[in-house]
Design a protein around this ligand. Sequence first.
Ligand SMILES: C[S@@+](CC[C@H](N)C(=O)[O-])C[C@H]1O[C@@H](n2cnc3c(N)ncnc32)[C@H](O)[C@@H]1O
Length: 483
Amino acid sequence: MAFLHHHLPFHLHLPTLTLPTRTSPRLLRTLACASPDGLHGSRSPSQSALDSFWQWATDKGAVSSSLTPGFFVPESLGLLAQRNISGNEVVLEVPKSLWITSELVAASDLGRLCTGLKPWVSISLFLLCERSKGDASPWRPYLDILPQSTNSTIFWSEEELAEIQGTQLLSTTLGVKEYVQSEFLKVENEVILPNKNIFPSTVTFDDFLWAFGMLRSRAFSRLRGENLVLIPLADLINHNYRIKSEDDSWEIKAKGIFSRELIFSLRTPVPVNMGEQVYIQYDLKKSDAELALDYGFIESTSDRQIYTLTLEIAESDPFYGDKLDIAESNGFGESAYFDIVLGCPLPPSMLPYLRLVALGGTDAFLLESIFRDSIWRHLELPISRSNEETICKVVRDACRSALSLYQTTIEEDEELLERGQLDPRLKIAVAIRAGEKKVLQQIDSTFSEREQELNGLEYYQERRLKDLGLIGEEGEIIFWESK
Ligand SMILES: C[S@@+](CC[C@H](N)C(=O)[O-])C[C@H]1O[C@@H](n2cnc3c(N)ncnc32)[C@H](O)[C@@H]1O
């Protein structure tokens, strides 16, 4: 699912810099959810609800000879091995008749109202509609085992969100909630309110957000967007960071050689002993912030600690058109996003893009069309001292400005984490804000080191003179007479 607006606090807008702004307390209040109880509303369903669900799913054709649903800490529900299972063994099969898809919604009472809606919106409305039917819904056993919320930041209260003040995660969370709210207002006016026969009781923004949160946390990574599907029972599988591959854990296939019926087939990527939980890897590419937003947990490994820099060619730039043309011919646009990973070098195309955005003054001749085919190659190396100095200064200023928005230091965060015993949401908040600050400090020190090296770098003009044989390898001038 693509989100239209990400208000990222780090926003470079060369040569001037747009400072990140603090999140207004009013926006926080409007978009925060109050925690319904001390467990964030994630009370586990009863054993009898779980038994009824299991019975319902197996009656409808779900097959497993090795699993049973069970309760776990901290994941709540999960899938438990009833015998020793070997790696790569199929552990569960769920037929299509049990899946919740846009197709199913289209064929339901709701179908005629959902034409043209995004799959996540129509499936959300379906969940809410079925939930309101109570016992009359054939999906009741499944709806009864869904949590009331998760630890995803979309469900955090105002006080909990205040713990991530200054972070990109807060901006993204608020951006996502604004997006969900705008979709809700649309369907409230166009679908829910005019159809009291289908939605007899009030549907609130919190209800709609609950449905969104369920889809976001329960749909398998490759089954999102247009292909969005909820697969009851299979969606009880939890994530484990020890599992390093995500591709082989499930597939969709025909039930038999001659059958047209599709089944979702889940495998355990690793051997599992009887009595242990079966896990998969949800998504190797997600940052901790994305895990926190989608699922409400994080891993805290350095490769998941990421800060996204947004660079932009300003419309007010006198060379806007040429720069945009160059960016576009090299796979970028007016804005470019660079994920900086803790402990890893800068993404290779970040420096060329930065140099392009900062290009001006006596270097502007490089923007002329005769250089169009070769400009990106030139941008991969330093252009001029002033261009390189500008990018260092702007990036360092932006880092300092972003760092000033956090309420705590890395040391304070680490002390809290070491003390342990933190509430799961606070633990996520503290780890995320510490991780972001570490990446910002890393970016700042990379550009600080670069600033120290400015005198020793080789710039475009020198390289050009060398190419023409006018200066030697040591920078000495070669006079015509000496040739
Ligand atoms: C696909 S559902 C899995 C079933 C879920 N445990 C339940 O009780 O319904 C994904 C949700 O499970 C929980 N979860 C999965 N893996 C987890 C983990 N490693 N640590 C903490 N929570 C986890 C999170 O709440 C996540 O949003």
